[in-house]
Design a protein around this ligand. Structure first.
Ligand code: ZN
Ligand code: ZN
Ligand code: FE
Length: 758
């Protein structure tokens, strides 16, 4: 039994939507309620997950003819025990904050127009209406009027103006309304910014170039994409080389859902998400290729999944219909910088990567990346929250004073609070480069301005060296520093609307602990007044510190050193050890013995890395998290229920989970030539059992799972299943990332908790 909350925004007021929902819920015997508010239509129903999924599908399919859904947010919550379905009266109160809509994928009506030769918007790449098109990416200021958007420079022609002023027209008050006569236009530039073609010829020029295997930068909705023929192995490799991106998977845009289904297995829920107005990148399973695979191997090397996205603007529809084959659609940036939004800037920053630039003259006010979604335990999990989702608010249970939260360091997002609402920014990225830092400041300024937030308080991470922490310190406001893993867990609790006490497993790569060491395999008992560190993974040294992120074998050596001491460096039959040369080994030995540049950590993420390295799967990671991901993929074709033994040591203040037996058994299996797939599955199963055992010992019914490790589908789904079968109530992420992208929300939630206590 679950409670499903649905928030629907769009043209749903005054079209008979409430009676429709009432009839549907009553027919399906789902108790709950529906209410109209200034923020949209809110629905809650209770039932089993199968029925709830069906309910969502039927809302989409059977909605009243005049209703249009611009955004449908769903969250599964703990049941409230409803008996019947009722239509609740709108109380007229609620949040008065103006709602800024995310950018919306092209609607069916606009899609029809751009492919209808007799329509005046035939093949016009900037067609939009009240139900679709750019929003968040063009807003400069509130209220949301054309003069406050980047469309202000375009003067509507008479026909567009008539539509705009006609209440019966689909384009009534559609702020970005435009047509081929009066609106933005395409141009094709060479790498020096010389205009080669304009309008339709520009589009054709880009299409021809992609067909020829060239790399084309394309200015889209919230920034630039770099596109290349996804079937063309040589072209994809060249892009990897030029972009300096060795193996990190590329997202692929397919021309249609049918074409996705030729290459991938797509469930009903995945199909709905792919076709939704949010239109994110969805991680779906590739089909085992029979014969030649359609998508080149180097698009996502060694990865059973593919990040796929469908065209979501008229420009993308026109391009993809012409091409009729999948293309790599990766962010227009170098390495992990924020995406380019301006065509002149793109010429500079993408110099040497793209040969041609398909640009347009509608300015992008803020960068908005493609969002990424993965199915987790039958629900949507947003891994990267940007286009289609940002800046929709998360509602807290209680009011919070106006505050700004600056997030963590990697996968940074920031958040502001207004009343009960938290507006989390779009994904900003790793604050490693000047560009990222500029974007960080820019987002903070625009988010606080837009919502008129005079931040009373500023919340940041406990890590003194995070750039975000340092920035927070310069603002001269009361500062609250929140422990990283506590923030992870509070973000999970906030979106699941659970109240303390609960036990949280916060597992990730690294986070600064209250004792100044690096945490990452934490069990925190969260109460009304704060948290206690109920337990953590046994610590181990990380020789070379940060370098262990890109060298999983360093984590492995740390773990082995912790068990075997010096002898670990001579264990040549273990791939992790033998991958080091004699010289390298001597250096690492010195580091381990001296403890200099060798932090001690309880990180779960690094333990996954270590095991991946010990079994010989990967010694050097080409991108963050690669080793742990490969270990996950190794076990998902395996039906293995075995576990390794582990020990939980009861110390005075907390429990230490000792993984020594796990590692010894991994080595034992390795020596018996057990397949790495089986070892990987057993290791994952064991990590799940650790959470179940800790839940039993701590004795809290509610268990929250947060931190980057819970993007791991095998781990999360198994842990959820096991906790449920043992009578616990597990909670995991849905609309907010489990990774550090969720930290800013957790920071605001920590402030809210403190305020309530005072
Ligand atoms: Zn439309
Ligand atoms: Zn016009
Ligand atoms: Fe984290």
């Amino acid at each position: 039994m679950q409670r499903l909350r649905v928030i629907i925004r769009g043209a749903v007021q005054g079209v008979g939507f409430r009676p429709f929902v009432y009839r549907l819920a009553t027919e399906m015997k789902l108790p709950g309620w529906v209410v109209n508010s200034s923020q949209g239509v809110f629905i809650e129903v209770e039932g089993d997950s199968l029925k709830l999924g069906k309910f969502l599908e039927r809302i989409d399919k059977e909605k009243p003819a005049n209703a249009f859904i611009q955004s449908m947010e769903t969250s599964y919550l703990a049941p409230a025990g409803y008996c019947e379905f009722e239509v609740r009266q709108s109380d007229g109160s609620g949040a008065k904050t103006a709602l800024i809509m995310p950018d919306l994928a092209t609607c069916e009506d606009c899609f029809r127009e751009i492919f209808e030769p007799s329509d005046r918007r035939y093949r016009y790449p900037f067609t939009n209406c009240t139900n679709c098109g750019p929003r968040f990416s063009i807003i400069e200021n509130l209220p949301y009027d054309r003069v406050n958007t980047s469309m202000k420079a375009f003067v509507m022609c008479d026909r567009c103006l008539d539509e705009y002023n006609d209440p019966s027209d689909r384009r009534f008050h559609a702020q970005p309304n435009a047509c081929p006569i009066c609106g933005p236009q395409l141009a094709l530039w060479n790498s020096r910014g010389k205009v080669l073609e304009t309008r339709e010829e520009a589009l054709q020029g880009a299409v021809d170039a992609v067909r020829r295997g060239e790399i084309v930068a394309i200015k889209g909705l919230g920034g630039f994409h770099i596109m290349v023929d996804a079937r063309n192995e040589e072209a994809v490799r060249r892009l990897r080389q030029l972009k300096n991106r060795e193996e990190k998977p590329f997202a692929v845009m397919f021309p249609s859902l049918d074409s996705v289904m030729e290459s991938c297995t797509v469930s009903a829920l995945e199909r709905r998400i792919l076709l939704s107005p949010e239109s994110p990148i969805v991680l779906v399973r590739r089909k085992e290729s029979h014969g030649a695979a359609i998508v080149a191997d180097s698009v996502a090397p060694g990865n059973p999944n593919l990040g796929v996205v469908l065209p979501y603007t008229p420009l993308h529809h026109l391009l993809m219909t012409e091409l009729a084959f999948p293309v790599v659609a990766t962010s227009g940036n170098r390495a992990d910088e924020p995406i380019c939004t301006d065509e002149h800037e793109a010429l500079e920053r993408l110099k040497g990567v793209a040969e041609l630039f398909l640009v347009h003259d509608r300015p992008i006010v803020r960068h908005v990346d493609d969002s990424i979604v993965r199915l987790m335990a039958g629900r949507e999990l947003v891994i990267r929250r940007a286009r289609g989702y940002a800046p929709l608010p998360i509602m807290l249970k209680h009011e919070v004073p106006s505050a700004l939260a600056v997030g963590a360091h990697l996968k940074n997002t920031v958040a502001v609070s207004v009343g009960q609402q938290v507006f989390s920014s779009q994904h900003i990225g790793d604050l490693e480069t000047e560009q990222a830092y500029d974007a960080f400041e820019h987002v903070i300024e625009s988010l606080t301005n837009m919502y008129g937030v005079e931040a009373v308080d500023v919340v940041c991470d406990l890590h003194p060296d995070y750039i975000s922490t340092k920035f927070a310190g310069t603002l001269g406001k009361p500062l609250l520093q929140v422990q990283h893993h506590y923030a992870h867990l509070l973000s999970c609790a906030a979106e699941n609307e659970i109240s303390p006490p609960f036990l949280g497993a916060a597992w990730d790569g690294t986070g600064y602990g209250t004792d100044g060491t690096i945490w990452g395999g934490e069990f925190l008992l969260v109460t009304e007044t704060g948290f206690a560190r109920a337990g953590h993974l046994r610590t181990f040294p990380l020789p070379g510190g940060e370098r262990a992120i890109v060298e999983p074998r360093r984590a492995a050596l740390g773990v082995l050193f912790q068990i075997f001491g010096d002898a670990a460096l001579e264990m040549d039959d273990i791939p992790a050890v033998s991958s080091f040369s004699k010289d390298e080994r001597n250096i690492v030995r010195k580091i381990l013995k001296s403890g200099i540049n060798c932090p001690i950590t309880s990180s779960a993420g690094r333990l996954f890395d270590a095991v991946c390295s010990i079994v010989g799967k990967r010694q050097l990671a080409r991108y963050e998290g690669q080793a742990a991901m490969e270990l996950e993929y190794a076990c998902d074709s395996i039906d293995e229920s075995g576990c390794y033994p582990f020990v939980i040591i009861d110390e005075a203040e907390r429990k230490i989970i000792d993984w020594q037996q796990i590692i010894l058994h991994v080595i034992g299996d390795l020596k018996r030539d057990q397949s790495t797939n089986v070892i990987a599955a057993r290791f994952h199963n064991t990590m799940s059992e650790i959470i179940v055992e800790m839940a039993k010992r701590v004795g809290e019914k509610q268990v929250a799972l947060s931190g980057g490790c819970f993007q791991n589908k095998y781990l999360t789904e198994r842990t959820v299943r096991r906790l449920e079968s043992e009578g616990f109530a597990p909670f995991w992420h849905q609309r907010i990332p489990a990774n550090d992208g969720g930290i800013s929300l957790g920071q605001i939630a920590a402030l809210a908790g403190r305020e309530r206590r005072e």
